[in-house]
Design a protein around this ligand. Structure first.
Ligand code: HEC
Length: 252
């Protein structure tokens, strides 16, 4: 019984965690670390739009290139900053102290971001920047309110507006119904971005897929290794069984 209670607590906890607590609903995605084309596109987007501010400093470029099946020359030419070598870590030149002053918070290293948040969180985050003139950078975010990051992909996604309508909420203190503006409907200003909604979602999927890979680059190898271990155990069982038969033959 105790175990059951403990397990149900664990389960409830992980459910609450997966849902990201209360707040804006996260969109569901299924990352696929085997889709190398998607990972390559994600890397391209990352190096073009994110690496100016964010490092992925736990991994060397060489490892990324070999895991994703990218030729060293192509990697050097398209991804790696000219002052870096193929064996370097994916750190960046921006000084943390300066960055904190410019943005209010330094851009964090993104190596483990999908593990710290979740792939769903990062996906939804990249899709829910909206125009908010009250913020210093002119944008706000649905899953990261008052975010200090500019919407760097706005030229692609377009300008997004939060449309408000009157929603009925329950006042927690008194239990009475109150009418409150809810501004959770997001709408792109038509023609303000170069990508369609589907294309933009695809771009972000690839980007998050890449970040998920960076968070656990050995996953593909681990899975392969696990398979070998199981095969070995199966084969070993056959020999162990034969050996056992041989030993016990004379006992009976
Ligand atoms: C101009 C600099 C800049 C660029 C370019 C940039 N970011 Fe950021 N980013 C920031 C800053 C600053 C923060 C911290 C915001 C805060 O804490 O308020 C941040 C925060 C984040 C976070 C939240 C991390 C967390 O767990 O708190 C994610 C995810 C993220 N950025 C992803 C990206 C991606 C993906 C790109 C490329 C498409 C990108 N960023 C490009 C400056 C930048």
């Amino acid at each position: 019984m105790k175990i059951f209670v403990a397990l149900s607590f664990l389960f409830a906890n992980s459910m609450a965690f997966a849902a990201g607590g209360v707040g804006y609903p996260l969109e569901d995605i299924t990352p696929n670390y085997k889709d190398k084309a998607s990972l390559q596109r994600g890397l391209a987007t990352f190096s073009h739009y994110c690496m100016g501010c964010h490092s992925i400093g736990y991994q060397r470029y060489e490892r990324t290139a070999s895991d994703l099946g990218i030729e060293i020359d192509v990697m050097l030419e398209t991804v790696i900053p000219s002052d870096k070598k193929i064996g370097d870590l994916g750190t960046i030149a921006m000084p943390a102290a300066g960055a904190a002053e410019w943005f209010g918070a330094p851009p964090p290293d993104l190596s483990l971001v999908t593990r710290k948040r979740s792939p769903e969180w990062v996906y939804t985050y990249m899709k829910t920047f909206y125009s908010d003139p009250a913020r210093p950078l002119g944008v706000n975010n649905k899953v990261f309110p008052k975010v200090g990051m500019p919407h760097v992909l706005e030229p692609l996604q377009g300008i997004q507006l939060a449309i408000c309508d009157a929603g009925i909420n329950t006042d927690l203190a008194s239990g009475e119904s109150i009418t409150e503006d809810q501004c959770d409907t997001l709408e792109i200003v038509e023609g303000s971005g170069t990508l369609s909604d589907t294309e933009y979602s695809r771009l972000i999927y690839d980007l998050v897929n890449f970040l998920e890979y960076i968070g656990e680059p050995s996953k593909a190898q681990s899975h392969k290794m696990g398979l070998y271990v199981l095969l070995f155990l199966m084969l070993f069982f056959v020999f162990a069984y034969l050996l056992k038969r041989e030993y016990w033959k004379d006992v009976h």
